[in-house]
Design a protein around this ligand. Structure first.
Ligand code: GDG
Length: 500
């Protein structure tokens, strides 16, 4: 799908999505011709109908430095590109977003870097996105801001446009206060988020962690899922959102879980395609018809627990409890954030471990780990899900983990076993997976052995129950529920309808 670059609209929209990345990628062909291609993600699929119905616009970065573009139409979505310079990509994106916030919000699995220049750049870039949102929003519009790269946008936008209703969804965990409080800019981030009317998190625990941070840092009261934000800050001389209102008047901010999901139906449809089923059989054959295929699909990220998974698998081979003749682990490690040091180190570590396991336990005919350091088309992913007898999701911390849900959605045959980390948000919903603590290597090994040996009846019972959950709670339900709550908050902000 390529974008047609027209600009016939009024420039003002009733529904605006703001995210770091646009839902389209700029693709330049070898002959120099360039076009925008839709990047297929659950979020775009979920928001597409709302976008069409409400004259929506999507504000984001095009993925390359200094890409200055006028807004254009792409498959009925108005796309508004925000340009980032190479320095901004380094400081705001690779730096503050991916080397400060990402590790901090994932329980400091890797040490976060606190760099003041990165922070300054994060503020600058958030301001640019807020300006773009203010410019694109029609009076009384609904603006939905996505994820941790944009946490200051709700407040900055509210200052510019108190008439709009602002939602924010955090795709990654929100850490416990003891960890969050490390952040030198912890108060500014909380204030940034509190500019929203509704703040969505993946899990109950994330919403609670956020509320605790609000109480500790701002002294505001929280009741259930609501935060009471005084329109006049208690701290002497501090103005909240630039407006001075009656003492004792609050606006309420909803901060609650909205667990994200996938477009389950489209995954199932692909899985039911004969060509993809044939491809799944082919994969099994190409792997030498092992009795069990295990699968890991992750961005190559230290939060995903790939090393822990490999350790458990390697020990089972070493102990002779699994053999390379019987079992193959396919590990898709999608390249990610390759310019960030911690990711370079992780890649080296993982590839050393894979090499050692394959060297120690492989035979000429059988390689225990088929390691794929590249992405695949979605059809191939679905074929892999269908071919996998056991899906391994061993994240050390993960907001949700969509891979777990995709595996379940694809298994219309009600077969396959999901081994799932309790530190992934998905474990709140997929309770009939084999839940593991990835730090407990013996526990992971037991779960793998149990998965490989699980009788068909038990596999079916577990998969059936997980499928029910994923099919009923798909991504459109997620966006509908979020937007329903958000729209019910319209006119609840500083525009004069405060709750006392
Ligand atoms: C963040 C949060 C939260 C992966 N490799 C390929 C490929 N993928 C797709 C998967 C899945 C997506 O990428 C990965 O989603 P996850 O949820 O597993 O993880 P993150 O990228 O870390 O996402 C996470 C999510 O946001 C949503 O809120 O669940 O916790 O960290 O859809 O299928 N897709 C294709 N080829 C690949 O090689 N086509």
């Amino acid at each position: 799908m390529s974008g047609t670059e027209t600009s016939t609209d009024s420039g003002k929209h009733d529904f605006v999505v703001v995210s770091n990345r646009l839902p389209v990628d700029r693709v330049v062909e070898p002959d120099g011709t360039a076009s925008w291609t839709r990047s297929p993600g659950g979020l775009v699929t979920a928001l597409e109908p709302v976008m069409r119905q409400k004259d929506g616009a999507w504000i984001g970065w095009g993925g390359q430095p200094d890409l200055e573009f006028d807004p254009f139409e792409s498959d009925d979505i108005r796309v508004i590109p925000v340009a980032l310079s190479a320095r901004e990509i380094e400081n705001y994106y690779e730096g503050f977003s991916n080397d400060t916030l990402w590790p901090l919000y994932h329980d400091v699995i890797a040490p976060p870097t606190y760099n003041r220049e990165w922070w300054d750049c994060y503020v600058e870039v958030n301001q640019r996105f807020a300006d773009a949102a203010a410019e694109a929003s029609a009076p009384g519009a609904v603006v939905w801001v996505q994820d941790y790269q944009m946490q200051l946008v709700p407040k900055l936008l509210r200052l510019l446009r108190p008439d709009v209703t602002i939602g924010f969804f955090n795709h990654i965990p929100f850490p416990p206060y003891g960890i969050y409080s490390q952040l030198p800019w912890r108060t500014q981030i909380i204030e940034g988020l509190l500019g929203a009317d509704v703040i969505g998190f993946q899990r109950v625990a994330d919403a609670s962690n956020f509320q605790r941070a609000v109480r500790r840092l701002k002294g505001y009261s929280t009741k259930g899922y609501q935060v009471e934000v005084p329109l006049v800050d208690q701290s002497p001389g501090v103005r909240v959102f630039g407006e001075i209102k009656r003492q004792g008047t609050f606006r309420t901010v909803v901060a609650r879980p909205f667990p994200i999901s996938i477009d389950a139906q489209s995954f199932e449809e692909l899985a039911r395609t004969p060509a993809i089923q044939e491809r799944a059989r082919q994969i099994r054959e190409d792997l030498g018809n092992p009795s069990s295929i295990m699968l890991g699909v992750d961005r190559l990220d230290y939060t995903k627990g790939i090393g822990h998974r490999l350790k458990a698998f390697g020990e089972l081979l070493a102990e002779g409890k699994l053999s390379a003749e019987d079992v193959t682990l396919v590990q898709v490690a999608n390249p990610s954030r390759e310019r960030v040091q911690a990711y370079m180190e992780l890649r080296n570590e993982i590839e050393l471990t894979v090499g050692r396991i394959n060297g120690d336990y492989g035979t000429i005919a059988h390689v225990p780990i088929s390691y794929q350091h590249h992405g695949f088309p979605r059809e191939e992913m679905v074929a892999l899900y269908l071919a996998a007898d056991v899906m391994l999701v061993t994240a050390l911390r993960d907001g949700m983990n969509l891979v777990a849900k995709e595996y379940v959605a694809c298994r219309f045959d009600e077969d396959g076993v999901l081994v799932l980390s309790e530190f992934a948000g998905a474990s709140d919903e997929l309770k009939r997976a084999l839940l593991i603590n990835p730090h407990d290597i013996d526990g992971v090994k037991d779960a793998i052995l149990r998965a490989v040996a699980m009788p068909k009846r038990e596999r079916t019972a577990r998969m059936r129950s997980m499928r029910k959950r994923v099919i009923e709670h798909d991504v459109s339900r997620w966006s509908d529920e979020f937007l329903k709550v958000l729209e019910s908050r319209a006119h609840n902000g500083t525009s004069g309808h405060e709750l006392a």
